[in-house]
Design a protein around this ligand. Structure first.
Ligand SMILES: [Zn+2]
Length: 279
């Protein structure tokens, strides 16, 4: 059977991230939080995430949450490079993952900047994917599977058409349309169990708060924990997943070789049953 991985990611560094992290940890899952320094809804310090342990990872999301395609190349370069050092200075850990705000970036212009800044991979907003991290130009891309949010037909169609993601389109038609996002997640997860791949749940904690999705998120976490417990599916952070797929020809100067994140990070995360059954 082909391996199945479970990962989650959360953008914008909102105070409600702590509630998401609490749920993830309670259910033995992993999460990567992409935190900018400034965001109009307010951000919490990266140091708040550090105490949560190795199941929680911090990724960069620019300094000012800028849309890279709307600023000069020079500004984009600064936002990308400085966001990595800002996270690393606050956490004392390598920051290997980058996520462009609003999912917008130019693969030709900005991907080389991410690579030069020594990021290992870029999490995109491509949805309805079960693909493993894939090399795209100079760095790995991590697409997503399901967004923890009641997305609309038009936004999904726009997203999938823009990326010419025909597999994703098919998956959205079969498992997205007419289902709430938790049911969609369960349906695509079953597909992953049959064929292998990455189940990647993502979202914004402030959006979960504003649209009252906390109960739905807990159901999703409970479901993913059951997968981890009853199947060979493995929970990982985005960075651990990217590390597991770094091309073997990575050079000594590449992020893969210089990163302090251990290659052995790909392991199954379990927590004692009593910790989650009582909640
Ligand atoms: Zn964002």
């Amino acid at each position: 059977m082909k391996p199945v991985y479970i990962t989650t990611s959360w953008d914008d560094g909102n105070a409600s991230d702590m509630r998401v992290a609490d749920l993830l940890l309670r259910y033995g899952l992993c999460g990567t939080f992409y935190v900018p320094r400034h965001f109009y809804k307010g951000v919490i310090s990266p140091s708040r995430y550090v105490d949560l342990g190795s199941n929680i990872e911090l990724g960069a999301h620019t300094i000012n949450h800028v849309t890279l395609t709307q600023v000069t190349d020079e500004q984009a370069q600064t936002e990308i490079t400085d966001s990595k050092s800002w996270i690393e200075d606050h956490t004392g850990q390598d920051c290997v993952m980058f996520c462009p705000p609003n999912g917008k970036y130019s693969p030709a212009t900005h991907a080389p900047m991410m690579r030069e800044a020594n990021f290992l991979a870029c999490r995109t907003v491509e949805g309805w994917s079960l693909d493993e991290p894939r090399q795209h130009g100079p760095l790995l891309n991590l697409p997503t599977s399901v967004q923890a949010y009641p997305t609309t037909l038009s936004s999904n169609v726009r997203n999938l058409l823009k990326r010419r993601s025909w597999d994703g389109f098919k998956r959205y038609i079969n498992h997205g349309i007419g289902h709430d996002w938790v049911t969609s997640l369960q349906r695509v997860a079953r597909q992953a169990l049959r064929h292998g791949g990455v189940i990647h749940l993502w979202g914004h904690s402030w959006e979960i708060d504003e649209t009252h999705q906390w109960q739905a998120l807990e159901s999703a976490c409970r479901f993913l924990k059951q997968l981890c417990d009853s199947t060979p599916a493995m929970a990982m952070t985005n960075g651990q997943l990217a590390q597991a797929f770094v091309p073997s020809h990575a050079t000594p100067s590449s992020p893969a070789a210089t990163s302090r994140v251990p290659h052995t990070a790909a392991k199954k995360h379990r927590i004692p049953k009593r910790e989650w059954q009582t909640s």
